[in-house]
Design a protein around this ligand. Sequence first.
Ligand code: HXC
Length: 517
Amino acid sequence: MSNQLEKVRELIDLRAQARLGGGEKAIEKQHAGGKYTARERIAMLVDEGSFEELDMFVEHRCTNFGMEKKKFLGDGVVTGYGTIEGRLIYLFAQDFTVIGGSLSETMAKKICKVMDLAMLMGAPVIGLNDSGGARIQEGINALAGYAEIFQRNILASGVIPQISGIFGPCAGGAVYSPALTDFTIMARGMSYMFLTGPKVVKTVTGEDVTQEQLGGADVHASRSGVTHFAVDSGDEGIALIRRLLSYLPQNNLEEPPVHSTNDPIDRLEDSLNEIIPDSPNKPYDMYEIIGGIIDDGEFLEIHADYAKNIIIGFARFNGRSVGIVANQPKTLAGVLDINASRKAARFVRFCDAFNIPIVTLVDVPGFLPGTGQEYGGVIVHGAKLLYAYGEATVPKVTVTLRKSYGGAHIVMSCKQLRGDMNYAWPTAEIAVMGGAGAVEVLYARDAKEADDPAKVLAEKEAEYNKAFANPYNAAKYGYIDDVIEPRNTRFRIIRALQQLATKKQNNPAKKHDNLPL
Ligand code: HXC
C-alpha cells in the first residue's frame, strides 16, 4: 500500500471512530433509554445526504481528574451544515454518549463556529440538546463556553431563526441558550429543563419533586410556557422542526418561502355566517374560524397548552406565511391576562423581526380583573403586547368578530397601533365596555331609585347595545376600514395581504427600544 493510500485509510478509520461517539455500549444505552443518538437525529432532520460535518477531530484539552485519558474524537457534539427542503441550515447536536454530552471548552468552540457561520451566511441555526450541562471537570472553562454561546444567541436574535430541540436533559445555566432562542421543542418522558435538579430542590426547599414534575415537557408547555411545543417522541420533535422552518425566512432580510396551494383564494366559508351565538356570553371555538379561513386548514399552533385564552401560530394565506393571533372565547371568555399577553407579545415580535405578516382575530371582553393579575403586574405584561403591536412594521390585518372592549380593544392591533387593514364582522361590538357593565356604572343610582331596578337596567342596556354594540360606530370614524361578510373573510384577508405586500415602514432610529420587560 502506498503512503498516500495508508494515510487515506487512516482518515477513513478516524472518521469511523468519530462516528461512534462514546462507543457502541454508550450508543446501546442511549437506544435503551428510547433516545436516538446525535447523528441519528441529524440524519432525520436534514435532507438525505446533505449533512456536512465540521470539526470531527476536535478533542477536549482538559487534564483535570484524569480527563487526558478520556478523549473522544469530536468531543460531545456533532456540528455542521445541511439543507432542509433544499434550504441551508446550520446545526449542532449534543452527543450524550460522549461524557453525557457535557459541555467542554472545545465543544463550546464547535458550537460557536456553526453559529458564526450561520450568521455570516444568514441561515437558521438549530440546536439539538441532550447534555448533562457544564463539564464538571473543566470548571470555569465550561462556564465560559456557555457564555460564548449565549452571547451569540443574543446577537443572532432577530437576525436568523434559532430553534432548540430538547431531547434529553438540559439543566443548570445550560437552559438559557434554548431560552434565548426563538422556539423550543421538548419531548414527553425524554426532555427535562430546570435550573436546579430535584436533589437541590429537596435540599433547599424540602420539596419532593420528580424530574418530570419539575421540568418535563408538559410542565413547560402548560405551566411555565418555557417550551413552545411538547411532542410525544424524538421523531415527532424532529419532524416539527422541519415543519416550523417551512414558515420562516432564512433571515431577517428575506421573505418566508411561498408554498403552492390549491385552496381557492375566494373560497366562501358559509358556516362562518352563522357561527356567532345569539347570546354574547356563549362561547364558540376560534379554531373553527382559523381552520375555515387559512390555506387547507393547516395551522401550526405554538404554545397550544399555555394561556389557552389566546391562540397563536403559523398558517398560510394563498401560500404565504402569516402569524395568527386570536382570542379564544372558549377559554376564560378570551380575556387577556398576564400569560396571554406575554405569549402573544413574543410571537408578534418574532413575526415582525422575520417579515411575517400578522393576522389578528379579535373577540376580547377585556383584561382579567383582580388582585392576582394586578399583583402579578398585568399592567406591565399587558403593555408588552401593546408595545409589540405598536412597534411592528410588518403588514397587520385585524378582523374583529365579536367583542372588542376597552384597553383590550386597543391592544389587539387596533387602527391607531398602525393596524393596516382593520375589518369587522357585522356582529362586532367595539366599545369602551360591554352593555351590562356600562349601565351599572351609568345608571346604578337611577335603578336604585326606581320601582323596578332590573327593568331600568335592562332598558338602558338595550339602549346602550343599540348605540354601541356594533361595528358601525367605529367604521363611522374610519377606525374600521370595512364591515365584511363573515363567510368572505378568507378572501378579504388575502386581498388585504396582497395589497400590503410592498409595505415599507420604519421606526425611529435608536440603539434599541426599552419595551416593558
Ligand atoms: C461531566 C458528566 C456530566 C457533567 C454527566 N456526565 N453529566 N460528566 N460533567 N456535567 C457523565 C457521567 O459521569 C457519565 O459518565 C455519563 O456522563 C453519563 O451520565 P449518567 O449519569 O450515567 O447518565 P444518566 O443516568 O442518564 O443521568 C444523566 C444526568 C446525570 C441526569 C444528566 O448525569 C447528571 O445529573 N449529571 C449532572 C448534571 C449537572 O448537575 N450538571 C451541571 C449543571 S450546572 P460515565 O463515564 O460514567 O459514562 C451547569 C451550569 C451551566 O450546567 C452554567 C451555564 C451558565
